[in-house]
Every structure is written in structure tokens, then in C-alpha cells.
Design a protein around this ligand. Structure first.
Ligand SMILES: C[S@@+](CC[C@H](N)C(=O)[O-])C[C@H]1O[C@@H](n2cnc3c(N)ncnc32)[C@H](O)[C@@H]1O
Length: 483
């Protein structure tokens, strides 16, 4: 009798629905929630559960309607505020999300979930110091929460405190000794900050504890290779591949560790997937990093004699055009044919929406250049040459496709002087990127019949608070004649 009574107690049923949603048993949660709604008056808790269920189902508009109505009725319900903050964050309304999350913190100042949510939104808003404050308070209340710890470390890194980020992650090894994700994040951070010895030590600890996954082995290989320990690096890459033979990032790391002279053999799957995944958020993300390369390239085009004389430009080729940011920066120029080429269908779809290009081709830039029989007045490459190591093949191909007085304008990440000693003038970085030195660029230009028309060294973007220096270069035919 008691059991039957308990089953019909709305509070008990509501907490059962909550459990079912938390464990993603949505098919069981739906009818139970419908039953509770039949026996209870509408209230804020029920509205919150319905909205959470709609969110899980991906029915964002339905969730938004329900939450707006419920918050209108009960503005002081922290759960409703958190739920709408989550929804608004997914819809890209970050200011609205921050207002709701802040309201939830004010309504229940001991709720670590509300602080963690506000912290995560602050990261997306590019306010890492505020994010770190919220997340540090949340972590104090629940030190075992891996996601909050990871987010706090990310906020510290973005704010320009990589030491604090690493300390946060390493402190997590004690609370969550088996959390591979924290170890991976710490190793990645060491690699990014060039603490290769430390990265190897952490990876070895993870391996000894039986916690190393393919990413950890991959990063270990990267760190070892930077320390010049090639044989050990290869062994680490082999372990990574054995664990995850089809993972494009691991395959990319392994391939990138080998010398690559043939552009056709490059591991494009990884880059294609990387940019397909980022395509919908790419423009907003890059602008938040202070990315201004397309503007810098367009400004340099303004110095070309033909542009200065306001003469029309016949043809421009935008290599690695991505979502079309470069196209947007040159739309005031009178260009008869603007051609874009990119590996990633997702990025090209975004570019297509902007309707700026006469032609868009999905292809590797080397294959495209090798097939082109037109001559271009400008060949542009904003933040794409950094995905190539050896520049000789691309400079040769550009030479063939550049008009008589044409300019090839591109950006690269600058190779720092202290990194030059043991390289050929370029060096692999993480995520498929490379850095190049200015002397290397000048030398390869000379070898391929090109010469430097102009070279400047601006900040090309920000990595957290750290300015990333690069070069914006204009090359032209060495003797004024196409090759
Ligand atoms: C960082 S984004 C820059 C996009 C654009 N140029 C801009 O400035 O906004 C790099 C782009 O280069 C593309 N990419 C990388 N390697 C490429 C290759 N070998 N051939 C063609 N596109 C490539 C990527 O798919 C991505 O869209």
C-alpha cells in the first residue's frame, strides 16, 4: 500500500523523471513526465523538466517557448534560469545566457552548477578572468568535477596564466587519479608552452598508470620528436596508431612526424574534418581571437600599382578561402573573377552563403594550382600556407599561375629565432600548423623565380593573452615575367 502511495507522490515521480533524463533514458522519461503533468498543477519544476527534455530532444524552439513562459510566471526560480542559460548558450545568444546564469548565481549563491555555467559562458564571451573567478568558486565546492577543472584550466590559459592552468590540471590527478582527460589536457598544455621534457614525464606517468590513450601517445610522440628523440617518438606514434588506427588526428600526427615532400601525400582527412567541425562557428571564433589577416592582405593589395590606379582586376585566386573572410575584405575592389579553393566542404558552404565568389572549388590547393591554366593578378592565402611545411612546391606552382605583374600575398606564423637552429627554416607546430622564418621564405622565393615585394611582421592572432607573431608577405616574379 505504501509503495503504491509513494509511486503516485508527484515529488517522487518528478525526481524519477530527473534521474531518467540525467541517465539519458528519454523514452522512459517522456511518458512518466506526461503522467506527472496530468496529476499535478503546472509549476516551475515541471516546466524545467519539460524544457530539459526538449533540449535533449534538440527541440530548441519548444524549449525556449516553455522557458520564457515559465520564467515570466516564476522569475526567481534558479533552475529555470540555468536551463534557459544553457538553451541561450546553444542558440549563440551569449549575452542572454550570461544574464540568466548570473541571475541563477544571485538566486542561489551556494550552487556550484550555476557558477560553473556562468564560467563556461564567460569563456565563450572571451572574458577569461571573470570565467576563472566563477569556475574557481565552483571547483572549491566540487573538486572532483573533471569538466569544471578542465574549464578552469582553459580559462587560466586564455587569461595568459599557463602555469596556473597546469597546476589546476595536475592537482586534479590527486582527486581523480584515473581521469585520462585531465592528463591529456596537461600534456597538451606542456606541448603548447614548449615544456617538452615535462610533457614526456607526464605521458610516461600516464603510461605507467595504464591511462595513456591514443591522444596521449600522439602528444608524447610530438614532444619526443621536438626533443630530437626520433626513435622514441616513432615508438610512441606506433602505440597511438595501434590504439586508434582510424583516428584522423592520430594519423595526422604520425604522418606529420615523417618527412613530407610530396604535397599529394599529405594527411588531408584531419584538416578537412577539423575545419568541417569548426565551420559554423569559425568567423565568430576567429574574430574573438583578434584575427585580422584578411584585412592585412587586402590593405597590401591596395599598394599594387593597378589597384592604386583604380584599374579593374581580372582574376583573383583565394587559396584556402575557408568561410570567405578574404572575399568579404576585397568586395569593394572591381574584380572580374574571384575564385576560392578549400579542402573543407563545411567551410565552402559558409563561403557560398556569402555569395562573394564567382567560383568555389573543393580541392587541395596544390592539386588546384597544378590544374589551373589561367593567370591570376593576385593569388591570396590567408592563414593557410601555415598548413604546409616545405614551401618550394607551392611557390613553384604559384609562379606558373601568377600574371606578369601579379602578386602572391600570404601569411605565415613566424618561426622564432631560438627555434631556428635545428630546422630548415620551418617547424611543425600542433594541429597541422607550421611556423616559417623570413629568411627561409626569401630563399625559397629566390629559388623558384619569385622575389619579395614586401614583408611585414604583424600579430596575426592571439592565443589567450599571448600575441602570435606572423609575416604577411607579397611575392612577385623575380624578372617581371611569369615562369
Ligand atoms: C585558418 S583557415 C583560414 C580561412 C580563410 N583563408 C580566412 O582567412 O578566414 C584555413 C583554411 O585552409 C583550408 N586548408 C588547409 N589546408 C588546405 C589545403 N592543402 N588546400 C586547400 N585548403 C586548405 C582549411 O580547410 C581552412 O578552411
Amino acid at each position: 500500500m505504501d509503495a503504491i502511495k509513494a509511486t503516485f507522490d508527484p515529488e517522487t515521480l518528478i525526481s524519477r523523471v530527473e534521474q531518467l533524463i540525467d541517465s539519458n533514458q528519454l523514452r522512459a522519461a517522456r511518458p512518466l513526465l506526461a503522467a506527472v503533468r496530468r496529476i499535478s498543477k503546472p509549476n516551475a519544476n515541471l516546466a524545467q523538466l519539460s524544457a530539459r527534455l526538449s533540449l535533449r530532444d534538440g527541440a530548441l524552439e519548444e524549449a525556449r517557448r516553455g522557458l520564457d513562459e515559465a520564467i515570466h510566471e516564476t522569475p526567481d526560480h534558479p533552475g529555470l534560469r540555468k536551463c534557459r542559460a544553457d538553451l541561450r548558450q546553444r542558440l549563440g545568444d551569449l549575452d542572454g545566457a550570461a544574464r540568466d546564469a548570473a541571475e541563477a548565481v544571485i538566486l542561489d549563491r551556494f550552487d556550484p552548477r550555476a557558477k560553473a555555467l556562468l564560467g563556461a559562458i564567460m569563456i565563450e564571451l572571451g572574458r577569461p578572468v571573470d570565467a576563472a573567478t566563477c569556475l574557481a568558486e565552483a571547483l572549491l565546492a566540487c573538486p572532483e568535477d573533471v569538466l569544471v577543472r578542465e574549464a578552469l584550466a582553459a580559462a587560466c590559459e586564455m587569461a595568459g596564466y599557463p602555469e596556473a592552468a597546469l597546476a589546476t590540471l595536475e592537482a586534479g590527478f590527486l582527486v581523480n587519479p584515473t581521469a585520462t582527460v585531465l592528463r591529456g589536457a596537461a600534456i597538451l598544455l606542456c606541448v603548447k608552452t614548449r615544456k617538452f621534457e615535462h610533457a614526456v614525464r607526464l605521458a610516461e606517468d600516464a603510461r605507467a598508470a595504464g591511462l595513456a590513450d591514443s591522444t596521449i601517445f600522439g602528444l608524447m610522440g610530438h614532444a619526443l620528436s621536438n626533443l630530437g628523440r626520433q626513435a622514441e617518438a616513432e615508438a610512441a606514434y606506433t602505440s597511438a596508431l595501434q590504439l586508434e588506427p582510424s583516428d584522423p588526428y592520430v594519423r595526422h600526427l604520425v604522418a606529420a612526424a615523417k618527412p613530407m615532400n610530396d604535397a599529394g601525400g599529405k594527411p588531408f582527412d584531419y584538416l578537412r574534418q577539423l575545419f568541417d567541425d569548426h565551420a559554423p562557428r569559425f568567423d565568430a571564433h576567429l574574430l574573438s581571437l583578434g584575427y585580422r589577416v584578411p584585412e592585412a592582405i587586402a590593405a597590401l593589395m591596395g599598394h599594387h600599382p593597378r589597384v592604386r590606379r583604380c584599374q579593374p582586376i581580372d582574376a583573383v585566386l583565394d587559396l584556402g578561402c575557408g568561410t570567405g573572410m578574404m572575399g568579404a575584405c576585397v568586395q569593394d575592389l572591381e574584380i572580374r573573377t574571384l575564385v576560392g579553393v578549400d579542402l573543407s566542404p563545411g567551410m565552402l558552404a559558409e563561403a557560398r552563403h556569402k555569395s562573394l565568389y564567382g567560383e568555389l572549388h573543393q580541392n587541395d590547393l596544390m592539386s588546384h594550382l597544378n590544374r589551373e591554366d589561367r593567370r591570376f593578378d593576385f593569388i591570396l592565402a590567408a592563414d593557410v600556407i601555415c598548413y604546409l611545411g616545405d614551401l618550394q612546391p607551392v611557390f613553384e606552382a604559384v609562379n606558373r599561375c601568377l600574371a606578369r605583374d601579379g602578386w602572391f600575398i600570404f601569411s605565415v606564423e613566424a618561426l622564432l629565432v631560438e627555434d631556428c637552429s635545428d630546422t630548415d627554416g620551418w617547424k611543425r607546430l600542433l594541429h597541422g600548423r607550421h611556423a616559417h622564418s623570413d629568411t627561409y621564405i626569401t630563399e625559397i622565393a629566390g629559388r623558384t623565380g619569385l622575389r619579395v615585394e614586401s614583408i611585414s611582421r604583424p600579430t596575426i592572432r592571439y592565443d589567450g593573452a599571448i600575441a602570435v607573431p606572423g609575416y604577411v608577405v607579397a611575392l612577385t616574379h623575380a624578372d617581371g615575367r611569369p615562369g
